[in-house]
Design a protein around this ligand. Structure first.
Ligand SMILES: Nc1ncnc2c1ncn2[C@@H]1O[C@H](COP(=O)(O)OP(=O)(O)O)[C@@H](O)[C@H]1O
Ligand SMILES: [Mg+2]
Length: 155
């Protein structure tokens, strides 16, 4: 069984506020999946979390590097991962994500590329867009798996 809830991200201020609240609860070994089409706002949300936790503004998107590594002000490693360009299982293995799951805060865009071996404890944030241009509406669905089922009311 999972627990989930939804919130609207009407503008960038909402995404920033959501990022702030997530940043307050994230700790070592937390895994956050960021699901959504290109342009949904996955990187924007991750960037806010990185700004809050690591004091780094305008973190680059890991689209081409696959991983960007940071350290939080509390000394916890933070991995910002984008698996969009992963095409084969050996590429995935080379990334060494298991190390991140064991000790870091891990934010993963395009987690669909992970295949079947998903961390049991994870927060999934799925951002859906509808409409176009200035009328674009974004809705985030937040689902907790494993220990996150009981943590959804923390933020
Ligand atoms: N809540 C929001 N409201 C308005 N624009 C947003 C929102 N979230 C993201 N954007 C904008 O959408 C574009 C794509 O965002 P990005 O985070 O790069 O998407 P993704 O990583 O999902 O592909 C950026 O220009 C960003 O500023
Ligand atoms: Mg992105």
């Amino acid at each position: 069984m999972t627990q989930s809830r939804s919130l609207s991200l009407t503008g960038l201020a909402d995404t920033a506020a959501f990022g702030h609240s997530l940043a307050m609860v994230l700790k070592a070994r937390d895994v956050v999946f960021l699901v959504g089409d290109l342009g949904a706002g996955k990187t924007t949300l991750a960037r806010q979390i990185i700004a809050d936790l690591c004091g780094i503004d305008d973190a680059p998107s890991p689209t081409y590097t696959l991983v960007q590594l940071y350290e939080t002000n509390a000394g916890v490693p933070l991995w910002h991962v984008d698996l969009y360009r992963i095409e084969a299982a050996d590429e995935l293995e080379e990334l060494g994500l298991d190390d991140a799951f064991d000790e870091a805060i891990t934010l993963i865009e395009w987690p669909e590329r992970l295949g079947a071996a998903l961390p049991a404890d994870r927060l999934e944030i799925s951002i859906a867009m509808s409409g176009a241009g200035v009328d674009t509406v974004r809705k985030a669905r937040v689902t907790g798996f494993g220990n996150w089922k009981d943590r959804l009311d923390e933020f």
